[in-house]
Design a protein around this ligand. Structure first.
Ligand SMILES: [Zn+2]
Length: 58
């Protein structure tokens, strides 16, 4: 895994990586689609997928 790889989906981070809301410190850098997915799960009151279950390969 490189710094340019999203740890959540193993995809490229892209030019505007997001900060995962998983941690209160928001220090995990994830790609934009993952950031959107987390936001959608949050809006849908779904539990976030913990980093221990990353990468997500669905
Ligand atoms: Zn991702």
């Amino acid at each position: 895994m490189t710094l340019n790889t999203c740890p959540r989906c193993t995809g490229p981070l892209g030019i505007r990586p997001a900060l995962s809301r998983i941690t209160t410190a928001r220090t995990l850098t994830i790609c934009t689609p993952c950031g959107i997915d987390e936001a959608l799960r949050d809006a849908d009151r779904k539990a976030p997928i913990p980093p221990t279950e990353w990468p997500i390969t669905s």
